[in-house]
Design a protein around this ligand. Sequence first.
Ligand code: HC0
Ligand code: SF4
Length: 579
Amino acid sequence: TIALILNGTDCRGFPNETILACARRHDIYVPTLCELDDIDHTPGTCRVCLVEIVQAGRDEAQIVTACNTPVREGMEVRTRSRKAREMQRLQVELLMADHLQDCATCIRHGDCELQDLAQFVGLTENRFFDRARTEARPIDLTSPAMVRDMRRCVRCQRCVAICRHHQQVDALAMEGTGLDRVVALRDADDYPSSACVSCGQCVLVCPTGALGERDETDLALDYICDPDIVTVVQFAPAVRVAFGEEFGMPAGTNVEGQIVAACRKIGIDVVLDTNFAADVVIMEEGTELLSRLKERRRPTFTSCCPAWINFAEIHYPEILPFLSSTRSPQQVLSTVAKTYLPEKLGVDPARIRVISIMPCVAKKDEAARPQLTRDGLPDTDVVLTTREFARLLRREGIDLKHLAPSAFDSPWMAEYSGAGAIFGTTGGVMEAALRTIYAIVNGRELDRIELTQLRGFEGVREARVDLGGAVGEVSVAMVHGLGGTRALVEKVLAGEADYDFIEVMACPGGCVDGGGSLRSKQAYLPLALKRRETIYNVDRAAKVRQSHNNPQVQALYRDFLGEPNSATAHHLLHTSYED
Ligand code: HC0
Ligand code: SF4
């Protein structure tokens, strides 16, 4: 080890360890804005981690960046000396020179790493702010899902790194030089013509409000306040186990009841559950898979993750015939809410607006797909990320922590099975599907309902599952994160992978760490395990644990759709893809 002095205390460092890493190990905070340990990102661009060092044999103290300077024998490091503090403050002030100063209007207000740093360095003035130059930086509003606002960008390049190295989409690139340097869409002028699939992972690592979702809270409020409109809310499987964190509750707290209560309080007319639609999806997708297996058409890919659909359409159009044609739970719920539900409620379908709360940015893209509209109107009218829903509740003066939980009360489209609940985590769709397919094939339920061999967090997992009867053993794979997905798709296309059914989730972890969920500071995906644990507990506690045993799903087929994959079901619950 290496002997050095950190803020006056004798410490030991490791060979090749940076001053930043060593300081952290000794619980000394050094401000940073670009470095992100979780994704192995140390570009040294923000230059905020400035510290003062005195090296043995040298009289003069030097200022260096801690993130890319290794510790050396006999080195003395001062992170809080007057000189170090002054240099850190100057650097933050320089970052503010072309950064919009209107924090109150920013989607990241109150949760911004730059605001935190400004406080840490004691910033009291912005001497270098150049309004004209700042406002000349580009703002991109060309996506239905994403906003890229360079007036708030600090050029940390975390977004470029996550998109290139982790998601392997490589939609972003640094362009321009000097003060004009910005994060741009690679080889494209706008989102629709770019390689971006709206997975939102870049949003999760952005330290400021430069990347975010297109905010639709006002549109939601307009619908809620319109007396002629009947508002229907649905919320995703993963939302209930992640949303509490937005209000300071521990990770993994199940706030389903508080979300229902909050929806009622803000004036939503009908509160339904995306989990119900997940059960319907299993009926459709399971039946579809069985008939494809009979035709020996394989593999079948799941179709519920919209960033995966975007990825397939943009990057691997040759794979599209292998995607399940079943719509996602979000879209199934919205369609049924505008066809079956109006009859039940006795209201004109034209008065219904569906607001969907999702841990996902790409669900906004999905809602805007022309294939998923009826008479020119979208089936899903508004998609709010969990972040937007939190903003909406704050605008209504609601603190989720202080709300007593409330139960769903709709006799239609609100009950769910444990199978529907586990959709929110990687492997969940597969497990839910196999529970139902087994029952269809064998006329009885699986003995061991928890298919633990499908669970886990490895990037790609594979398993063989005996479905009995005429089907026998099937070979399945589950992948999460688009880097792993790309590799798997390449293998399938090269004929090197032999699977019957493949579940893809574009976000690492699945929806529990979706690109529309809470952003944490200085960390990437820290909370998935707790959220996932709660999802599996929801399944364990459920009265019904298979989609086909959900009584409200049975009623939907009996009263409205007929059989799974019937002509009506096909017309309403399936879709097509375009390259
Ligand atoms: Fe998901 Fe979904 S599980 S994509 O991860 O299938 O967003 O939670 O809502 O639609 O159900 C997200 C989560 C959903 C859908 C469901 C699927
Ligand atoms: Fe890349 Fe996903 Fe961000 Fe698009 S949304 S730029 S694909 S990380």
